[in-house]
Every structure is written in C-alpha cells, then in structure tokens.
Design a protein around this ligand. Structure first.
Ligand code: NDP
Length: 330
C-alpha cells in the first residue's frame, strides 16, 4: 500500500508532545519539519555541547531522560549502534502506557536489540533520504518517500500516529510505502552489503582492466563518477526511469547498454545476493557487527587502511586534486 497526504491526519497529534531524541542528520530535520507542521516538539540530547544549537533553532532542550518522560511520541534518532543502551538506561524508565516509540530504521527491532514495553505502540517511518534532504524537500513542498511500519499496536491508533508522523515530517507529500521493520532492514542491509559492493567491484575491476590496457588512471577515474556524469544519469533514472532516460544517450550507447545487459550473466550476482540475504536473515551479519563493535571496530579500521592505500583510491584522490571540479576541497 502507498499512502499519500489524504490518508494521514495530523490532528491525531493534537495535544501530544513529540520528544526528538538525537539532533543529528535525521533528528534535526524531522524536528524542524514536525514543528513547521504544527506539532509540539521537544528535543532530548546528551550533554550540553549542542544545547545552544537546539535552542537557537527555537526548541526546548532537555536531557534524554527528561524528554522521554515529557514525550507522548518518542523518536529514537541517535546512531543505531548506541540506541539500545540509551533506550534501556534513559528512555524506558520514563515511558508511560500508551506512548509511541518511533524509529527511522528497522535494524534494532529486527534483531531484538530494542525491546519496547508491550504497553507502547512501536512504529517505523524510514525516510529513503538523507537528513539534509529531508529538510530541504519539506521546505520545497516536494516531500520524499519513506517506508512505514506498525510493529506494535497497543492503543489501536498506532497506524494513524505513524501516518501523522509521516505527514508531519513531509513524507506523505511524496508517498509512504507500508511494510514491516524486517523488510526495511532487509532492503537497507542488502543494498549496503550487496548492491553497493557489487557496484564498487564493477568500478574497481573496470579500472584495473583499463589501466592494464594502458589507459591513464585519471582518464579512467574521471569517466567513473568524479565528473558527476554518473550522478546525473542516476538522477534522470529517478526522474524518468531507466528506459525513459536512455534516449538522452547516443544510439551507440543505447544499443551498447541494452544488448550487453541482455547478454550479461547475472547468476554469480544472484548467488552473492542470496548469500548476503541469508546472513541478514539468520542474524550472522548482526552478530559479526556486534562483536566487531565490542572490540572497537578493528576490522573496519583495517579495511579503511587497506583501501586508502589501494591503487584505485589513490588514483581517485589524485584525480580529485587535479580535476579541481566538484569535490568540496577540489
Ligand atoms: P546521527 O549520527 O546524525 O545522530 C547524531 C545524534 O545522536 C546527535 O544528537 C548525537 O548527540 C546523538 N548521539 C550520538 N551518540 C550518542 C550516544 N552515545 N548517546 C546519546 N546520544 C548520542 O544519526 P542519524 O540521524 O544519521 O540516524 C538516526 C536514525 O535515523 C538511525 O536509526 C538511522 O539508521 C536512521 N536513518 C538515517 C538516515 C541518514 O540520513 N543518516 C537515513 C534514514 C534513516 P551529540 O549531538 O551530542 O553528538
């Protein structure tokens, strides 16, 4: 089901206070959007460092525990890695019967790392959009798609509250797709663990083949993504669909793309996707990542080091420096 503005009623949140826990990428944008939609919002953040910024934005800045106690809808918009501990120590003690726990990613629900009391509603509204764009697309009135899920409906109003929150943050303007937290976790993790690695492998392998054939690395790199041509193609794909944007390419390109796509053997990719999905489904990735975090992420640090020193990313760095185009420090 896809919901739009007409399916959501903001009056469900009348008289309710939304406690925004976390004021980062999503927290700040969602808080500002909700307030502009007429919803009462208080912000709970750790420490005092960012109090000024929160107050400059016109919000009441509270401790996490105080905000959780004050809120009727408690939005958990801090990093997923720390959310379960913060929830258990500072949020759960302040929850009341009939409160709503709101998250923007399914991970902690899927792996039972977050276990809100049975006497609360639990909803998910996961913007398919970065925090900065969540604010910008609200202000422009375009909105942005989200996945919505009701994971626990204690009051019987959880769906109406989730839809009102989706409308308040500006998502129903574009369309909200209903699913479950597990589905949202799966598509998100499978993009991270398979689609993006496949794309990176496709690009690094192209680099290796072309450089081996005597093409200078900077020519290879500028074709890949540094010129923004690829970003523009993806933007047109979102706008017009893949086939819809093909006519903007030359006929040679259109024929080359479609004929080779048609011939491409995707079976090894399918196997890779299946394998990763299995690790997502059976929790082995989640266990691996939890263990990694307990040791202060040695594997992640090793991988960063390995790839920073690789020929591909060295060529990327050098080309970015010399292109003087696009990149922030270019
Ligand atoms: P951020 O990393 O931007 O969150 C930063 C906020 O969390 C800050 O307020 C920070 O406090 C607080 N914080 C960090 N560590 C702790 C801690 N140990 N204890 C208490 N507070 C802490 O998070 P995102 O906005 O990126 O993500 C929030 C949620 O939204 C996640 O569930 C994520 O999966 C989801 N999401 C994120 C998207 C994105 O665009 N990044 C897209 C869609 C969903 P301080 O200011 O003091 O540092």
């Amino acid at each position: 089901t896809i919901y739009d503005d007409s399916d959501a009623d903001l009056s469900v949140l009348e008289g309710a206070t939304v406690a925004m826990i976390g004021y980062g990428n999503q927290g700040r944008s969602q808080a500002l959007n909700l307030r502009d939609s007429g919803v009462e919002v208080v912000v709970g953040n750790r420490g005092d460092e960012y109090r000024e910024r929160i107050e400059d934005d016109g919000f009441e800045a509270l401790s996490i525990a105080d905000a959780a106690e004050r809120g009727d809808v408690i939005c958990l918009l801090i990093p997923d890695e720390v959310a379960p501990d913060v929830f258990d120590a500072e949020i759960e003690p302040g929850l009341e019967e009939g409160n709503t726990v709101y998250v923007s990613h399914g991970y902690n629900l899927t792996y039972d790392l977050l276990q809100p009391p049975e006497t609360t509603d639990v909803v998910l509204v996961a913007p398919r959009m970065g925090g900065w764009a969540v604010r910008e697309l609200y202000e422009s009135g375009e909105g942005f798609p989200s996945v919505l899920a009701v994971e626990q409906d204690y009051t019987g109003d959880a769906k109406a509250i989730a839809l009102a929150m989706a409308k308040g943050i500006g998502s129903t303007q574009a369309g909200v797709v209903e699913g479950t937290a597990d589905m949202e976790t799966k598509i998100d993790l499978l993009s991270e663990q398979a689609l993006l690695p496949i794309m990176m492998a496709a690009m690094t392998t192209k680099f290796e083949v072309e450089v081996a054939h005597g093409i200078p690395p900077e020519i290879v790199m500028s074709e890949l993504y540094l010129s923004y041509e690829m970003a523009e193609i993806f933007e047109e794909m979102a706008e017009r669909g893949y086939l819809g944007q093909l006519p903007f390419h030359s006929r040679t390109s259109q024929y080359g793309q479609l004929s080779r796509f048609d011939q491409f053997d995707a079976e090894p990719l399918r196997e890779f996707y299946e394998e990763q999905l299995q690790g997502i489904d059976n929790g082995s990735f989640a266990r691996e990542w939890s263990a990694e975090q307990d040791l202060d992420r040695p594997g992640l640090k090793r991988l960063y080091k390995k790839y920073r020193e690789s020929a591909f990313f060295e060529a990327e760095r050098e080309t970015m420096e010399r292109l003087d185009f696009g990149a922030e420090d270019g």
